[in-house]
Design a protein around this ligand. Structure first.
Ligand code: ADP
Ligand code: MG
Length: 319
């Protein structure tokens, strides 16, 4: 029996959570009280095979135990944001555009047409995440969810060598999971919680975030369903980033629109959901040679702007 005067520490200490429910919740990735506190009743109900009302009560108890759910004042948020770290992209110009690099506890979306450099940037971020903080790294491991089979260890080796890192040691810190369809992709984020028990995961990559969803949910009838699932997926990712102070980087392929200088390039894929849940959005387009133009869009506190980066054998660099 849980001791009423003791603050719950494990999920089974929560009123309403017995052994059987705790086991189902763990399997679904709810491994600690915080993960339950920020969950939705529907997700918890589905995971534990219980009613939504019961799930809602469990969540309320988790919130009480986790000391969340209160309003925070601006100065408290400022204090919390001090733990936020920045991961270098390899290009000083792109880092500056992002306010110092790819932010932890946030989603950064790189979108652009085919071969615009999205996957190259994902490889570079995975390598850079292993660097010490004073070199722009996160001193951590990466979980790389690969939906298009474009992860290349050879590319990691090239980039690691260019930074003077041990290629094999670097590869050991990048955990790659192929996602075969959109449900599998969603499930892999839950598995990410298990990986954190073994490794200090500080970067979670989904390359590509949208490809499976786009391929599977075609036609008008399924659009709402697709957006709903994508929305849930984005929130799962953000929750992981929040709990582990990890950076979340995702890619999204969009069709080129040579007819407009710059419109909303995501309208054609109905990608509004992705745009709303992403904290930072970088639009990539090809320029001459290995050069790419990166443009920051809709950032909550940074001005829009454009920089040029270079994709070379050594990885992402300034142009
Ligand atoms: P996408 O946006 O479709 O994910 P990629 O990130 O795969 O595109 O970019 C592919 C481009 O990256 C290639 O067209 C090439 O310009 C560049 N690239 C890939 N590998 C190398 C390399 N080893 N050296 C230099 N450039 C490379
Ligand atoms: Mg790619």
């Amino acid at each position: 029996m849980p001791d009423k005067n003791k603050k719950p520490k494990e999920i089974e200490d929560l009123p309403g959570v017995g052994e059987a429910i705790a086991e189902k919740l763990r399997e679904a990735g709810y491994i600690d009280i915080m993960s339950l506190a920020v969950a939705s009743p529907k997700d918890v109900a589905d995971a534990a095979e219980i009613g939504e009302n019961v799930a809602a009560k469990i969540i309320i108890n988790a919130r009480k135990a986790a000391d969340i759910g209160n309003f925070e004042s601006g100065d408290e948020i400022l204090e919390k944001r001090k733990v936020i770290k920045r991961l270098t992209t390899g290009s000083k110009a792109l880092d500056e555009l992002l306010g110092g690099g790819v932010e932890t506890a946030a989603i950064t979306e790189f979108f652009g047409e085919f071969a615009s450099g999205k996957t190259q940037i994902m490889h570079q971020l995975s390598v850079n995440a292993t660097l010490p903080y004073d070199k722009g790294g996160l001193e951590g491991h990466t979980l790389f969810i690969d939906t298009e089979n474009t992860f290349r260890p050879e590319r990691i080796v090239q980039m690691a060598k260019a930074l003077g890192l041990d290629p094999m040691e670097t590869l050991k810190k990048i955990h790659v999971a192929r996602a075969y369809n959109s449900s599998h992709q969603i499930l892999l984020v839950e598995k990410a919680y298990e990986l954190t028990e073994k490794y200090p995961v500080r970067l979670l990559i989904v390359d590509s975030l949208t490809a499976h969803f786009r391929a599977e949910y075609t036609g008008r009838g399924t659009l709402a369903e697709r957006q709903q699932l994508l929305n849930k997926h984005m929130h799962d990712l953000l929750r992981f980033g929040d709990i582990y102070n990890a950076a979340i980087a995702v890619t999204n392929q969009v069709a080129a629109r040579p007819d407009v200088f710059f419109g909303d390039p995501t309208t054609s894929v109905g990608g509004n959901i992705v745009g709303h849940a992403s904290t930072y959005r970088v639009y990539l387009r090809k320029s001459k040679g290995g050069k790419r133009i990166a443009r920051l869009i809709d950032s909550p506190h940074l001005p829009e702007g454009e920089v040029i980066i270079n994709v070379t054998e050594n990885g992402i660099t300034d142009a």
